[in-house]
Design a protein around this ligand. Structure first.
Ligand SMILES: CC(C)(COP(=O)(O)OP(=O)(O)OC[C@H]1O[C@@H](n2cnc3c(N)ncnc32)[C@H](O)[C@@H]1OP(=O)(O)O)[C@@H](O)C(=O)NCCC(=O)NCCS
Length: 155
């Protein structure tokens, strides 16, 4: 089941994100802040935070939003699946859900940004397998040698 994220599960989701081993401490803090922002303001401007559950237990999360000053372009800001159940199709299920929600809101395009570092190689393959195209790369965006890779899909 995929459902709106509850405020009470913030710390569980933060722990799940940490457990994936790919996010920096600054990103983990940003996730906590984002969940607070979503509660206070984001949900009112179309931002969506969703939790994927299996047997009543949260095992995945996604956060997506319409991109300001565009005509129906959206961004996926977060997606992760618990380390213990990765590579079993749950990430694909979550991303399909996100796409369906955006289509039903008349979204036209979804952009996803990630890092060029080797530890994100499986993540980049995941987006390619979900029919995203690598649209752009901004060299040294996150830090020297850590480029931003932008994936794009027309919905
Ligand atoms: C990226 C992520 C959301 C994908 O979800 P998932 O449930 O693991 O992926 P799926 O089972 O739906 O798809 C598997 C495919 O994705 C790729 N993949 C991504 N992460 C993988 C992992 N940890 N282990 C194996 N394959 C992985 C592979 O190409 C795999 O295809 P294959 O089985 O043919 O080799 C998840 O692995 C994750 O949370 N990773 C860490 C956090 C992260 O990188 N988030 C995105 C930041 S931009």
């Amino acid at each position: 089941m995929i459902r709106p994220t509850h405020e009470a599960e913030t710390e569980d989701l933060v722990a799940m994100a940490e457990g994936t081993g790919v996010f920096k401490p600054i990103e983990i803090e940003a996730l906590r802040d984002l969940l607070t922002y979503h509660r206070d303001e984001g949900h009112a401007v179309g931002h969506q935070a969703v939790t994927l559950e299996r047997d009543g237990v949260p095992v995945g999360f996604a956060y997506f939003a319409p991109t300001v000053m565009t005509d129906s372009t959206w961004h996926l800001y977060w997606i992760f699946v618990s380390k213990t159940v990765q590579a079993r199709g749950l990430g694909a299920e979550l991303l399909k859900f996100v796409e369906t929600e955006i289509r039903s809101a008349d979204g036209r395009m979804l952009l996803i940004e990630t890092s060029s570092l080797p530890m994100y190689e499986q993540t980049r393959k995941f987006y390619l397998k979900q029919q995203y195209e690598q649209e752009a790369m901004i060299r040294d965006f996150y830090s020297a040698g850590d480029h931003q890779v932008i994936f794009r899909k027309l919905l």
